[in-house]
Design a protein around this ligand. Structure first.
Ligand SMILES: *[C@@H]1O[C@H](CO)[C@@H](O)[C@H](O)[C@H]1NC(C)=O
Ligand SMILES: *[C@@H]1O[C@H](CO)[C@@H](O)[C@H](O)[C@H]1NC(C)=O
Length: 740
């Protein structure tokens, strides 16, 4: 009882505050309180279906005994939910014509002759005030599809006379050619096809954009898109409300959304590479990831950032209050520190604040002043610097306090910065919709070329290379294999590495500076069986020597065949690109140049790339013929051992190939395309001879006349890859496989 710091006694003062039960009524509905008339209580209005409370959804009882927002005219009532006017359709008819459209009203759409309808032909006004289905548009094609060059995004899907398409290059790339093209009466587009070129990163700030793509009036949740432009230095600050208005389930959803957003930024916009700050706030602010420690030389990896976030414990008892102002103040402080550390760098920084809150702060005061200071600090009194700051708020919680949030978010360029989550909308889904869908496929195989050969630059040149350690407990030895990151969650490697050690716990993966990554799941190709052809005199058989290892999120994967991601990397443009077309680009010549990487146990080793030529077409038979040097293999059964699943390299003709060594199984056999994209065509499996010295330091081992290496041809195992990597029902972002 003498305990002055007891939470109950500390709070009793505040809970004595009572708000008045006056003028709170709602015409056509009723209301409830979360804590009666006490401080911190929320008044929630209820309306019958098809109606919503207007003008306020909720009020909260503040410290001074007042309801915020104050009840005032127009008096609170239940208003009928209306959908936006659909009569804006051009070149078509909307039926029936009404002055207003209410919930469950239906409309149908028809186009005039010569025009084609895109979108839904009938739509129903939904209880969220949105029309069901997709916006109908009547259009006439006049010009051919102008395509989208690799590395670019196109706006404009209509190809009628005077329709325009505009192009923008992905972050870090420069556009050469026509930025905008118009379909002319002649049926030809004006201008020239644009191309995106890679140059030095420029100084301009990059920015998130949540765009309206429909004009809305009553629509409570307009469509929006997130695009991220240009590379540079970006700071992303996440602030997560953990007060007791946000239940645990909602908090976990927010956490998943942060995870998803950061992973997407890294997968789709690998050149952006932002710094992160993550704080959670209730009565107090606690820091999960500090941007000050994070930026600079010892950058925290995304994996570490997400692990820190994962370890946050939800405990609402700690947080009866919501101090939104303190959260903004914390971010203001971080900015001040950065500015003090390096003002020149600070001027280049671009800041994105992303808040998840219900906006119902009840302590610490109104955050508006702090937000004004943040703006001042970033804008430096210059209008054009407004683009260096974006403040987004995602309204989460059972009841969202609009009036508190509206003044805080950025208002610029008709871009939405405030999103409300309606009941039943999953935050993750909102992100999925919000992130620029025109650029729905990730960038794979981003290949950075640097002149110097330092260990760091090797990591940047081959960011997808995985070194795998497998512990053999029986003999307490280590085996080494290699692999490649093929999606943010999967490593592709050889099945032989895991066939006898089929336990996730014994495997450690190192990708670049991210060392000691744990494997969540091993997936072997179901047809892999080294003993499958023993009866036919083939002692070991490797025709399906591929495996996938599932990890937590990583960055910068390599490209693999038969995906849309790879079509983009190969600049294969158009709707119906097939696997075969990709194969014809990649594996076509009799001697096809490829590379692989040597086992990089020592990160200091600089010269890791090895080169070889695949022998294809008329050269294949004589290449695989060398497998008859193996015991028990003859010209009669050599094709049973080296099936069509294998690619063959080695020998000294037409040039001397490098050979693969022990510990390199599972590694990628890849081609560089266009100087800055890398595409994997094979997985290193086995060879006819061991030519590598024990200490291979800096030795590029040459092939002799009859040494041959065999690699799994990825085009032959696409169904396996597609089944696991293209699965869009899982908790990871799938690759987009081609239909055939
Ligand atoms: C309050 O309004 C809701 C929705 O209109 C209705 O279902 C409920 O019965 C009402 N409760 C009272 C006590 O009037
Ligand atoms: C539209 O909805 C309102 C309100 O539910 C209803 O009164 C009206 O009859 C509907 N109109 C049509 C054409 O269905």
């Amino acid at each position: 009882k003498n305990c002055t710091l007891c939470p109950s006694s500390a709070r009793s003062v505040l809970s004595d505050v009572l708000c008045k039960d006056e003028n709170l009524g709602i015409d056509g509905g009723n209301y409830t309180f979360t804590k009666e008339l006490k401080y911190g209580s929320m008044l929630i209005y209820h309306c019958p279906e098809g109606y919503y409370p207007y003008p306020a959804l909720t009020r909260s009882c503040h410290k001074n005994g007042a309801w915020v927002p104050h009840p005032r005219r127009p008096f609170q009532k239940c208003k009928m939910i209306e959908c936006p006017n659909p009569l804006v359709l051009e070149n078509g008819l909307v039926l029936p014509v009404q002055r207003q459209y209410f919930v469950n009203n239906e409309t149908t759409y028809e186009c005039y002759s010569g025009y084609t309808l895109r979108g839904s032909s009938s739509r129903t006004c939904q209880t969220n005030g949105k029309w069901s289905g997709a916006t109908p548009i009547c259009s006439s094609d006049h010009c051919a599809d102008p395509g989208t060059p690799a590395g670019a995004r196109r706006t404009g899907d209509f190809f009628g006379i005077s329709d325009k398409v505009t192009y923008r290059c992905d972050s870090g790339l420069y556009l050469v050619g026509s930025k905008e093209r118009e379909c002319q009466e002649s049926g030809i587009w004006t201008g020239t096809e644009p191309k995106c070129y890679c140059k030095d990163p420029e100084k301009h700030p990059n920015f998130f954009l949540w765009k309206h793509n429909t004009v809305t009036t009553n629509n409570p949740m307009p469509n929006k898109k997130l695009t991220i432009e240009k590379s540079g230095t970006m700071n992303i600050y996440f602030a997560l409300d953990i007060s007791n208005n946000i239940v645990e389930e909602q908090f976990n959803e927010v956490r998943r959304a942060v995870r998803k957003l950061t992973t997407k930024v890294c997968h789709r916009y690998p050149r952006v590479n932002p710094n992160y700050e993550i704080i959670i706030f209730g009565s107090e602010v606690s820091e999960i990831v500090n941007i000050i420690d994070y930026s600079g030389k010892n950058r925290k990896s995304l994996v570490d950032v997400l692990t820190d976030l994962e370890n946050v414990k939800y405990d609402a008892r700690e947080n009866v209050g919501t101090n939104l102002n303190l959260a903004f103040k914390t971010i203001l402080e971080r900015m001040a520190t950065q500015k003090q550390q390096n003002e020149i760098l600070f001027k280049e920084l671009y800041h994105v604040l992303i808040f998840f809150t219900d906006g119902a702060y009840n302590m610490g005061g109104n955050p508006e002043n702090t937000v004004a200071k943040i703006r001042e600090m970033v804008y430096m009194n210059r209008k054009e610097r407004e683009r260096h700051l974006d403040i987004y708020v995602f309204g989460v919680g059972n009841e969202i306090f609009d009036e508190g949030i509206q003044p805080l978010v950025t208002k610029r360029d008709a871009v939405t910065h405030y999103f409300k989550l309606r009941r039943g909308t999953k935050l993750e889904e909102l992100f999925d919709q919000a992130i620029d869908e025109e650029n729905a496929v990730g960038l794979c195989g981003i290949h950075r070329n640097y002149d110097d050969n330092t260990a760091d630059s090797i990591l940047q040149r081959y960011p997808w290379v995985a070194r795998i350690e497998i512990k053999d407990e029986d003999t307490s030895t280590m085996h080494f294999c290699m692999g490649s990151l093929v999606t943010p969650r999967f490593i592709l490697s050889a099945a032989q590495c895991f066939f006898y050690t089929n336990s996730e716990k014994k495997i450690t993966v190192n990708i670049g500076k991210n060392e000691g990554l744990k494997v969540l799941r091993i997936i072997l190709h179901p047809k892999f069986n080294p003993k499958a052809k023993e009866a036919e005199g083939i002692r070991e058989f490797y025709a399906y020597d591929v495996a996938l290892l599932k990890l937590t999120d990583n960055c910068l994967p390599i490209c693999i065949p038969c995906t849309k991601e790879t079509s983009a990397a190969l600049k294969l443009v158009g709707g119906q690109i097939t696997c075969k077309q990709q194969e014809e680009r990649l594996l076509v010549k009799s001697f096809e140049e490829v590379s692989f990487l040597s086992f990089i146990k020592d990160a200091e080793r600089r010269d890791v790339r090895r080169d070889a030529r695949l022998k294809l077409q008329d050269q294949r038979d004589s290449c695989i013929g060398l497998a008859t040097k193996i015991n028990g293999i003859t010209a009669d059964n050599v094709k049973k051992l080296v099936t069509d699943n294998f690619l063959c390299s080695g020998g000294r003709h037409p040039t001397v190939d490098h050979v693969t060594c022990r510990g390199e199984s599972g590694g990628a056999v890849f081609k560089n395309y266009d100087d800055y994209r890398t595409i994997q065509v094979g997985v290193i499996s086995w060879g006819t001879k061991y030519l590598c010295p024990h200490d291979r330091r800096a030795v590029k081992q040459d092939s002799d006349d009859d040494s041959r290496d065999f690699h799994i041809n990825l085009f032959k195992v696409v169904p396996f890859l597609k089944q696991h990597l293209g699965d869009d029902t899982q908790d990871f972002e799938p690759l987009h496989f081609l239909d055939e």
